[in-house]
Design a protein around this ligand. Structure first.
Ligand code: MN
Ligand code: MN
Length: 273
């Protein structure tokens, strides 16, 4: 039976506002195995014994070395067709993750949930900030297509970057007219938990009102019509969480992504957007 590697990335140095996401992987895994819920996805997959918990990466103090470790971990985790799930950490980790996957995987698109486009050329002098990963990914042509869902903070510079790189955004202000997503390649899913409305996910560093309900994000995952080859769930900041609800929300998203990986290619068309 296919097992899904689950790997923590306790990286915090590229956060721009608050620290805390380095503790995210531990909080999320604790919630995942809390006795209050079972390990079944809504789509009918029991994950008991199918999640291959590999702990958290040791990243050291050197920024370049940390990215190299993350990139290598992604490349190795995806060998033999495995579909890893990575737990951040701040969102900067998505750049080395996608770069690493690209070493062992053919063409894929990135489906990105976030309040923020994360495509600054650089942010406060740091080109590897958690505000920049998708600029780096697009510059290097690491994915065939980038679809960012939940955007509600874009400024002029980021809109220029969107045009420059051909990014696709589903902005919250356009919510009633979003098209149904369809992909003709496999998909890597990157979930920044601040895509959700802070009412649903308060345990993030950047509270941005007007976001997605949890249900909408889950429905979009279930509606995916392409194989999911990997995923990350990032920006959980346990210091800001309330009663662990954001950790549990991250765990729920993990279960549903894992369920989609186990039923690759059989995504159900349950919603039209
Ligand atoms: Mn982000
Ligand atoms: Mn964000």
């Amino acid at each position: 039976m296919k097992r899904i590697p689950v790997i923590g990335i306790p990286l915090d140095r590229n956060s721009s506002y608050l620290r805390g996401p380095a503790k995210g992987p531990f909080s999320l895994v604790e919630a995942l195995h809390c006795d209050s819920a079972n390990l079944w996805s809504e789509t009918g997959h029991c994950l008991d014994g199918l999640l291959d918990h590999r702990g958290a990466l040791g990243l050291g103090d050197d920024a370049d070395a940390a990215f190299a470790i993350i990139e290598k971990a992604a490349a190795e985790a995806a060998e033999n067709g495995a579909t890893p799930i990575f737990l951040g950490g701040d969102h900067s980790v998505t750049y080395p993750l996608v770069k690493g996957l690209r070493r062992t995987t053919g063409d894929f698109a990135v489906l990105h949930f976030d309040a923020h486009p994360d495509c600054y050329h650089e942010f406060e002098g740091n080109p590897y900030s958690h505000a920049c990963p998708f600029a780096r990914i697009m510059e290097e042509g690491l994915c065939t297509r980038l679809v960012s869902v939940g955007i509600r903070t874009a400024n002029g510079h980021q809109r220029e970057q969107k045009e420059k790189f051909g990014m696709e955004w589903l902005e919250m202000r356009d919510r009633p007219s979003w098209p149904k997503l369809a992909f003709d390649t496999p998909v890597y899913v990157s979930v920044d938990l601040d895509a959700l409305d802070p009412a649903f996910a308060p345990g993030v560093s950047h509270h941005e009102p007007g976001g997605l309900p949890t249900r909408d994000l889950l429905d979009m995952l279930h509606a995916l019509d392409a194989p999911v080859i990997g995923a990350d769930i990032v920006e959980l900041n346990p210091d800001r969480d309330l009663n662990g609800v954001t950790a549990m929300t991250g765990a729920k998203i993990l279960k549903e992504i894992a369920g989609m990986m186990l039923s690759a290619g059989s995504g159900r068309e349950i919603l039209s957007f």
